[in-house]
Design a protein around this ligand. Structure first.
Ligand SMILES: Nc1ncnc2c1ncn2[C@@H]1O[C@H](COP(=O)(O)OP(=O)(O)OP(=O)(O)O)[C@@H](O)[C@H]1O
Ligand SMILES: [Mg+2]
Length: 321
């Protein structure tokens, strides 16, 4: 294993991220005061602990960490794009993954922060309202906004299914990732532009001068099912990796064992059957996991028919043979 690799895909947590060298000078950020690294599990514990990444994925995760660039993960459904983020957070002890699911209605603002002026107005109108009211109680940073707080260790931000976004979002995001900072105008416009705001998943944090600036650039994992071509300016600023279905029965069987323990002989049949079927249309790894699990518990008679029913083609030939 080349020793520049911090994330190795070993599935065993360790502190190698402390060996991460300083950023290239054009990606150095100086936000502060530095916040302690978040503790706690990555989330999706089972998936994070059982993920077997491809060599390519391991290498590109490390490239993104070293270069302080977002990682764009593409590939067919079920190839482990989203799980990769949890697996890295688990192995490198980077704390809870900040999950930002994208839809066509998602805006940059949703990811950065939400400001709730109505509750604030209501509170200000009450007789017992404090004279010097605490605006930070009405500002909550979103997953993107939280990832860019000045943490001493990179947070993991999963921008899930970015290809579903409105056309402008990828470019808006790039601007933020270039600068490593954003402004909260509701704060910066005030006479006193500092406040303790709420975050996506931790205690309140002080923001000074109305601007949040990162310290350790987050590990940003952006997933895409390929429903969209991204502009060259976007691609140039990312590290990319394409995930594929495992190419051999041995690797697929290893993934099944990782999830479900030792395989019974007849589970090998299912792995083989999965491969036969996968040559004619798209299947996803987790369909095989479902089939193996179900057949273990179902009677022996119609295992193959049962397996085929829970492994329908996602694209390709219809399943009414
Ligand atoms: N290489 C792998 N090692 C272990 N488990 C895997 C691997 N690839 C996929 N899986 C399992 O398959 C399931 C699907 O993975 P995941 O949801 O990450 O796929 P995805 O590429 O994000 O799919 P989608 O495009 O539908 O969002 C998960 O339960 C995951 O644990
Ligand atoms: Mg996914």
């Amino acid at each position: 294993m080349p020793d520049w690799l911090l994330y190795t895909g070993s599935r065993h947590p360790h502190d190698a991220v402390e060996r991460l060298p300083p950023p290239p000078p054009w990606r150095a950020f100086d936000g502060g005061p530095v916040l302690p690294p978040p503790s706690g599990p990555s989330g999706n514990a089972h998936q994070a602990r059982t993920y077997r990444p491809s060599d390519d994925a391991v290498q590109q995760v490390n490239a993104a960490l070293y270069l302080r660039r977002p990682l764009l993960v593409t590939g067919p459904p079920g190839t482990g794009k989203s799980t990769l983020a949890y697996a890295v957070a688990h192995e490198l002890r980077l704390g809870p993954v900040l999950h930002w699911p994208i839809t066509s209605r998602t805006t940059l603002r949703d990811g950065l922060y939400q400001y709730d002026p109505l509750t604030r107005l209501y509170a200000a109108g009450r007789d017992d309202a404090p004279a010097d009211e605490d605006i930070g109680r009405y500002i909550r940073l979103g997953p993107l906004g939280t990832a860019l707080l000045p943490y001493g260790r990179p947070r993991v931000l999963l921008v899930d299914e970015i290809d579903k976004s409105d056309i402008d979002l990828p470019n808006d995001l790039l601007t933020i990732f270039e600068k490593g900072e954003y402004e909260i105008p509701e704060l910066s416009r005030r006479a006193d532009p500092s406040a303790e705001v709420m975050t996506a998943d931790g205690p309140r944090v002080a923001v000074t001068g109305g601007t949040v600036r990162c310290h350790a650039f987050p590990l940003v994992v952006m997933t895409s099912n390929g429903e969209r071509e991204f502009p060259p300016a976007f691609l140039r600023r990312c590290v990319s990796v394409e995930l594929r279905q495992p190419s051999g029965e041995a690797e697929l069987a290893a993934i099944v064992r990782e999830h479900l323990g030792p395989l019974a002989d007849d589970s090998d049949d299912l792995v083989r059957r999965f491969f036969e079927r996968a040559s004619a249309g798209t299947l996803a790894t987790d369909q095989l996991l479902n089939a193996v699990y179900l057949c273990r518990h179902a009677g022996a008679a119609d295992r193959r028919a049962l397996a085929d029913r829970v492994m329908p083609y996602l694209t390709g030939p219809a399943d009414d043979e």
